[in-house]
Design a protein around this ligand. Structure first.
Ligand code: ADP
Ligand code: MG
Length: 761
């Protein structure tokens, strides 16, 4: 119970308390206890009085306080006023002008205390009310104590006295808790109380754009808070919370007739993040709190804002009063309503959509949206569902054989059954040279001078014990503030598939089936994955999320674009017809065009196209990963012809799509044929065209030969898939929803089911 009841009763108790006897409490004490439940601090009292003024139709409300409201609270409005004949009972408990019969409770749109607020205040403070209605000639003033009219000090009668005044009401409450010592002592310092008062007044001022508000400390002339009558909600936010908030506001709204609600609001976008959450929630125009709604909205923002920071949220929800639980405890501003879960979800979705779809006035910081962030979010969202089977579960429930999962990636893999050597050597590279591969290590079978791609030293020199680490982010990344890139990243994030995320993060690589398919295990299930589809998506995402932060894959010697373009145009794949004009002209056009885009291609994509007409480097998307250079000709042609260069966002999107296509793992029969012929027919006169894959007898992917252990020498692409591509899929990949359906990944066995089969045998 309330701590102050002991001290309060000691002075008022009429009978000595006897042990074991139940005593009826003095009425004044009961009322004071009840008042303390309703009014706990100045800010509560002010909230109640503000609501009364708003209910009275005021367009101007002035609040004045002294000592944070502890010494004095004064609220003056220009509302309807209180009639002379009501003045006597206005402070009695359960007197209200807003409710007549019980049924009204379900249709009343206020959260008032059903006539308790003024009464409560009068039990714990000295209250004076001055009020004038429109049809009264003068104002009336009266003082109140314990819910009743009180005798003024002058000794005159307690009746309301006529006095001069304008339409409206002024209520003064002095010496809050003068008669409840413990409560007063429990209150914080005046400045802290003022902070809470200011918070309430500010929030009501924002919401009530048709009302001019002011809050002033009595001893000061200037107002701390001030809004104008005609200003909009956005202008109010700007003047009270600052223009930095107002600049980043997005309008949100949603409604659902079936659920019986309407919501309108203003929320900050992903640019805005502060330490302290500002959450202004009005339900039917009353300032309330809803833990469920707050939590749901924070989940959405967690994906967009740096950890530990928060948005600004202003929401005004209208819910049919019949659906609101009016019997909540008076001091609890926490509300509950019918269809709460569905309404919260609808509002959450509305905000999520708005954040996703917004691409105006946005500046982003790369850090907020690294794939790592994305994955950890989905992780936390789905922790309940997915991780329960791991460590915790093992301790108290026995593990059956069919539940046992492979946990050590060094365990035997598929290639152990096919290749020479022992499985022990897998992770040991044959040597650790960091120089670009030399011709002895990877003889060029064509005999011509072919191009090789070498990774810039700074990116690969730390070949830690031969196992390429998952893609390491540069310590000093260029900050990307391009709206277009950020919205493309958001689109990827928005399509994240949670279960697949879990799968890729915790999978075990089993082995390659062929050049474009591999097996992975996750828990008790075995999956077949399509390397072409997955790698294409992976490279697309790397291109967006590492935008402008790639290393260089240097071509030695550089590839002359004209010749390269001619190779592409000569191949049937280019779809060239005579109507397109002479190939030479087209090739020249491609060269000129790409040269004109050189700066952008170099700065953002590490695609170094120089004035000499050669491509000097390609982006390094994964350590030691080089695309099949046989596809370079087609890639260059498509860069010039298939990328949409008119619109920034589409340009980056199509460029990333083309590049990821070029980098993706493929098993191209056309290319295999051309390699088998290993002749010079595709070579122009000088023979310097990157038409050959080096260091690999098989086509598809190229890797640095010096990284590859003996066991994989026959099929270096396997090593790349396992040690370069899959680690990236584990750490830097956001699996997309479409992948669950497009054959990117297929479950082919479940240990649990296999056991059932064996048991039957
Ligand atoms: P409730 O708001 O639940 O009716 P209160 O104790 O807050 O209960 O107020 C009691 C009554 O006093 C109100 O119903 C209203 O008629 C009157 N009243 C209080 N404040 C004002 C005001 N500022 N202007 C006009 N009437 C007021
Ligand atoms: Mg009220």
């Amino acid at each position: 119970m309330e701590p102050f009841s002991a001290s309060a009763s000691s002075s008022e108790a009429k009978c000595e308390p006897q042990s074991g006897r139940i005593q009826r409490l003095d009425e004044a004490v009961v009322n004071r206890i009840a008042a303390g439940e309703v009014i706990q601090r100045p800010a509560n009292a002010i909230k109640e009085m503000l609501e009364n003024s708003l209910d009275a139709g005021s367009t101007m409300i002035q609040v004045t306080v002294k000592s944070g409201g502890l010494k004095l609270i004064q609220i003056a409005d220009n509302g309807s006023g209180i009639k002379r004949e009501d003045m006597a009972i206005v402070c009695e408990r359960f007197t209200t002008s807003k409710l007549r019969k019980f049924e009204d409770l379900s249709s009343i749109s206020t959260y008032g205390f059903r006539g308790e607020a003024l009464a409560s205040i009068s039990h714990v403070a000295h209250v004076t009310i001055t009020s004038k209605t429109a049809d009264s000639k003068c104002a009336f003033k009266a003082m109140y104590k314990d819910g009743q009219l009180a005798l003024p000090r002058s000794g005159a009668t307690a009746d309301p006295k006529p006095c001069a005044g304008t339409r409206g009401t002024m209520i003064v409450a002095e010496d809050l808790f003068y008669n409840v010592t413990t409560r007063r002592k429990a209150l914080k310092s005046p400045s802290e109380e003022f902070g809470r008062v200011a918070d309430v007044v500010t929030k009501y001022a924002v919401h009530n754009s048709g009302v001019a508000f002011s809050l002033r400390k009595q001893e000061e002339t200037a107002a701390d808070i001030k809004t104008l009558q005609g200003s909009t909600i956005k202008e109010n936010i700007s003047s009270l919370y600052g223009s930095s908030v107002a600049r980043e506001l997005l309008e949100v709204d949603s409604d659902d007739a079936e659920l019986g609600f309407k919501m309108q609001g203003l929320v900050t976008n992903a640019n805005y993040s502060v330490k302290k959450l500002q959450f202004l929630l009005f339900i039917n125009h009353r300032l309330v709190d809803s833990g469920a709604l707050k939590k749901a909205i924070m989940v959405v923002y967690a994906a967009y804002l740096p950890k530990g920071t928060h948005p600004f949220i202003y929401l005004s929800i209208e819910i049919s009063p019949a659906n609101i639980d009016v019997n909540v405890h008076p001091t609890k501003h926490e509300v509950h309503f019918l269809h709460e879960e569905s309404i919260v979800e609808a509002i959450q979705k509305g905000i999520e959509q708005r954040l996703l779809g917004c691409n105006s006035s946005r500046t982003y910081f790369t850090q907020a949206l690294l794939p790592g962030t994305a994955l950890s979010l989905s992780d936390s969202l789905h922790k309940k569902g997915t991780s329960g089977t791991s460590k915790e579960g093992k301790q108290d429930t026995p593990t059956y054989a069919y539940q046992m999962v492979r946990t050590d990636s060094r365990e035997q893999k598929l290639e152990a059954f096919f290749g020479p050597g022992s499985t022990q050597q897998h992770n040991q590279p044959s040597d650790e040279q960091s120089e670009p591969m030399d011709d002895n290590a990877s003889p060029n079978q064509s005999g011509g001078v072919a191009h090789t791609a070498s990774v810039e030293k700074r990116r690969h020199s730390s070949g830690v014990s031969g196992v390429l680490r998952p893609f390491r982010k540069k310590a000093h990344r260029k900050e990307i503030r391009l709206t277009s890139v950020r919205s493309l990243q958001l689109a990827v994030r928005g399509q994240q598939h949670t279960d697949l995320t879990e799968l890729f993060q915790n999978h075990k690589f089993v082995g390659c089936v062929d050049q474009t398919r591999a097996l992975v295990q996750h828990q008790t299930k075995l999956y077949l994955v399509d390397l072409t589809k997955l790698s294409k998506e992976l490279f697309y995402q790397l291109l967006l999320f590492d935008f402008a932060n790639f290393g260089n894959l240097t071509l030695t010697p550089p590839a002359p674009m004209y010749d390269v373009a001619m190779i592409a145009l000569n191949s049937p794949d280019s779809g060239w017809t005579e109507e397109d004009g002479p190939k030479e002209k087209l090739a020249q056009y491609i060269v000129d065009f790409l040269k004109s885009k050189a700066e952008m291609l170099r700065d953002y994509f590490s695609l170094d196209v120089r004035k000499d007409g050669c491509v000097h480097s390609l982006p390094l998307l994964l350590p030691s990963y080089c695309p099949n250079l046989d596809k370079l000709p087609m890639f260059l042609v498509r860069l010039a012809t298939e990328v949409n260069w008119d619109n920034e966002k589409e340009c980056f999107q199509t460029l990333a799509a083309e590049t990821s296509d070029f980098y993706s793992i493929r098993n191209d029969p056309f290319l295999l044929d051309s390699q088998e012929q290993s002749g010079n027919k595709q070579h122009p006169a000088d023979g310097e065209v990157p038409s050959q894959s080096k260091g690999s007898q098989e086509k598809g992917i190229e890797v640095r030969a010096d990284c590859i252990p003996e066991l994989y020498k026959h099929s270096p692409w396997q090593w790349t898939v396992e040690h370069v591509v899959f680690p990236a899929l584990k750490s830097d990949f956001i699996p997309q929803r479409k992948m669950a359906e497009d054959g990117s990944i297929l479950q082919i066995a479940d240990l649990h089911d296999l056991y059932k089969v064996f048991e039957r045998c």
